[in-house]
Design a protein around this ligand. Structure first.
Ligand SMILES: [Zn+2]
Ligand SMILES: [Zn+2]
Ligand SMILES: [Zn+2]
Length: 765
């Protein structure tokens, strides 16, 4: 928060900087529209628009020269486009903005071919209060991108600000369920050989004493949904036979509170330290044990009857139905969950909650299996995830992104970017590239790259797509002034070639790590051990140089190379333009004179140091370290990603996308958290052991994270079900289903081969 306030203090005075003319001529709206129209026309032998909603990927020169003509004819522009330019506008702009999974050409047509809505009359779609960013907004530009883009996913965009909590809580009259289709019993669902307690169609043998359940003292009695161990020390089990078939035995299910308190079993009581709290039933969900439900249904609920009844129970996923048949009264059916359009609410909300909290379905099913909790299959989870949970995450992400982008329209912004591979090492399946606004820490854009192969080229591709999205004059039109990245090969070339107007800086920490690695390597060489003691201070010197160079690259280089003098006990020199003597105190120098192991000029360690200090690439890149920029803030975000998408698990493209989007939502809603305070009002700290620094360090404890977005997402899922919106997220068709570069072999053949090899090895040993 503090960080932002500082920046917002400056921004009102700023006026929008006039954009420098780009080296490529910007596409007009009419030209782009013409190109979209052309892409929807068939071209014999090159492109059939009926097979996909995506974009033509053909390299046919005939096709693209036709496109050039079409754009010139219908785009009403004087600019002459080349075939390459037209093709790259399709690939880099249209395909990036409107990928097939987001509606492809249809979405683009909607955005470009529909008349632009009257901007002045368009009401502000969201009020900042309804959204938890907790940041002041700059007024949206008169023609905001949201009105141009429309919402590709849903014809009626979900308004997160108006979904009330009550929609989640209210219980409409359940739609009658067809019993012939829901005969899944818990044992067939889980296939549990251990379960021996019959749940279905149980006949209650003995008649219970109805009088104990009615009468004056009923109010004092407490019903419990969980069996509590009885007073009788022998009464350890709660099988139906011990509880229900012995009419003379004391009814343990009616458990007066006073009895419970005076239990002699003190040792067991001590372990249960959970305090009893009053709890409203509205909007809450509870775990109820089967045997406790039986108590409620074994006798007819008609107060004038009370006869023992026949219970038939069925489950459908997490939902339970109990039908009570009385010999005299009509049968009654009770359902454990409300229904929305014939779907039990738990079967809709549980899978959603698993995704929204970054959970894993296999862990959840294991958990349910251990507890004998009745749940649905993995298949149902994936259905709900793709039809309800993921589209809602996507909508919320875009909604939040709009707000974040609006904050950046006041003037030039500095961004930091880095890629993150979904698995350790260099064989990543996906790379996600993230651009963050430096002052606020808000993430502005996230792209997932998978097509280009190596993680090196994916990093470049990711940055390119992010910047294209942000800077496009016809799109977001954000005035990006400076981009900070690490020194990935290709990224520098991309910036020089495609984004000449943007200042490209290198993350000082990445350079620091690189120099440190090189110095440690040199120190291991023959006769160079003396360097080891110098490594730390030389690396710190690099920080200091970048921090104090005042934006002057030559000054930075002079400061950096002066380390060659200092290490040989020479602290002033001539020949430099900006930096002529060490800045450290003279007193320290004299004191150190005797203890420091100064290097001898041209000794092996001094020569080794020289090779590192004067490395060509390093001196060149110092020209891009002058602003002392860091990408460290992105590490904070990458830790959030680990929560939603652990690296050891693999996800298909849409699953990974939703999990990355959730990380961005989580991050953006929780930036600017303040330090937590103790009940006495002191700031909270924690003592942590740092493995890297090999010592304990004081860490700041922040306030608890705000997860209200989860409730908004849950409400939106329910709303989507009630609205009857069931369009799934579409898989990107241009992606291979399998990342393996060789075709998948037949499983039976592979198995046979595996067996024969195994047999071979057996013979040889
Ligand atoms: Zn009855
Ligand atoms: Zn990187
Ligand atoms: Zn010195």
């Amino acid at each position: 928060m503090e960080r932002f306030l500082r920046s917002s203090g400056k921004s009102p005075g700023k006026t929008k900087v006039v954009k420098k003319k780009r080296h490529r001529e910007a596409w007009s709206r009419k030209e782009t529209r013409a190109l979209i129209q052309f892409c929807s026309l068939p071209c014999e032998g090159c492109w059939d628009p009926t097979v996909s909603e995506g974009w033509p990927g053909t390299k046919s020169s005939q096709f693209w020269s036709k496109a050039v003509k079409y754009v010139r004819q219908h785009g009403e522009s004087t600019t002459l486009r080349t075939e390459t330019a037209v093709r790259s506008h399709v690939n880099k702009y249209l395909n990036a903005r409107y990928p097939e999974c987001d509606g492809g050409r249809l979405a683009a047509e909607k955005a470009f071919c529909d008349p632009v809505p009257g901007c002045s009359t368009t009401p502000d779609p969201v009020s900042p209060d309804s959204f938890n960013l907790d940041l002041p907004r700059t007024p949206a530009s008169p023609c905001s991108h949201s009105s141009l883009l429309g919402n590709p996913l849903s014809s009626t965009p979900m308004d997160f600000s108006t979904v009330s909590h009550s929609t989640l809580l209210e219980s409409p009259i359940p739609t009658p369920m067809d019993f012939s289709t829901c005969t899944v019993s818990h044992s067939t669902l889980l296939g549990s050989p251990l379960s021996s307690t019959p749940m279905n169609s149980t006949t209650i043998p003995g008649r219970r004493n109805v009088a104990t359940q009615t009468g004056e003292d009923e109010e004092e009695k407490v019903m419990s949904s969980t069996p509590i161990k009885g007073k009788n020390p022998m009464d350890m089990s709660f099988t139906p036979s011990s509880t229900y078939s012995t009419p003379g035995k004391k009814d343990v299910s009616w458990y007066p509170d006073s009895d419970h308190q005076s239990s002699s079993d003190d040792e067991a009581e001590d372990l249960c330290q959970i305090a009893e709290e009053e709890c409203s039933l509205d909007g809450k969900r509870f775990i109820v044990f089967g045997e406790k439900l039986k108590e409620l249904f074994e006798n007819c609920r008609n107060p004038e009857c009370g006869r023992p009844t026949l219970i038939k129970s069925t489950t459908k996923g997490s939902a339970l139905s109990i039908t009570q048949t009385c010999p005299k009264c009509p049968p009654r059916t009770w359902r454990s969950q409300p229904y929305d359009k014939r779907m039990a609410r738990g079967n809709l909300l549980i899978p959603s909650a698993i995704l929204f909290t970054g959970g894993s379905i296999s862990k959840f099913i294991d958990f349910a299996d251990a507890l004998q909790l009745q749940v649905f299959s993995q298949k149902h989870f994936f259905n709900i995830q793709s039809h309800y949970a993921m589209p809602v995450v996507d909508e919320y992400y875009l909604y939040q992104q709009d707000l974040a982008l609006d904050l950046c329209r006041g003037g030039p912004v500095d961004v930091i970017g880095d890629g993150r591979c979904d698995s350790p090492g260099h064989c990543a399946k996906y790379l996600s590239y993230t651009l963050m606004e430096e002052t606020t820490g808000l993430i502005l854009e996230l792209v997932q790259v998978t097509e280009t192969g190596t993680s090196q080229s994916m990093e470049k591709e990711g940055l390119d797509r992010c910047l294209t999205f942000l800077t496009d004059p016809e799109g977001q039109d954000i005035d990006v002034q400076c981009v900070t990245t690490d020194r990935h090969r290709g990224v520098g070339a991309l910036m020089k070639k495609e984004y000449r107007d943007i200042d490209h800086q290198f993350d000082v920490f990445h350079v620091y790590k690189n120099v440190k690695k090189k110095l440690c390597g040199k120190a291991k060489l023959k006769d160079c051990a003396e360097l080891t003691e110098w490594t730390k201070s030389i690396c710190n010197h690099l920080w200091w140089c970048a921090k104090t160079c005042g934006g002057n690259a030559e000054c930075l280089r002079e400061k950096w190379t002066s380390i060659m003098n200092h290490t040989t006990n020479v602290h002033s020199w001539s020949g430099n333009q900006f930096f002529h003597a060490c800045k450290h105190k003279q007193a320290t120098q004299r004191q150190e004179e005797t203890t420091t192991k100064w290097l001898k000029v041209d000794s092996p360690p001094h020569k080794a140091l020289k090779a590192v200090v004067f490395e060509k690439a390093l001196l060149r890149d110092m020209g891009q370290m002058t602003k002392y920029k860091h990408t460290g803030q992105l590490e904070v975000y990458h830790n959030v990603v680990l929560k939603y998408a652990p690296k050891r698990l693999q996800y298909p493209y849409p699953g990974m996308r939703a999990r990355l989007q959730l990380s961005v939502i989580d991050h953006n809603e929780n930036i600017g958290r303040t330090q937590a305070k103790t009940s006495r009002g002191d700031l909270r700290h924690r003592l942590d052991y740092s493995k890297r620094q090999k010592r304990f360090a004081i860490k700041t404890v922040y306030e608890r994270k705000d997860y209200t977005f989860r409730q908004k997402l849950m409400e939106a899922v329910l709303q989507r079900r009630q609205d009857g919106e069931v369009r799934p997220m579409r898989r990107r068709l241009d992606l291979p289903a399998n990342i393996a570069p060789v075709p998948r072999p037949d499983k039976a053949e592979a198995l046979a081969l595996h067996r024969s090899r195994f047999a071979d090895r057996e013979r040889h040993t």
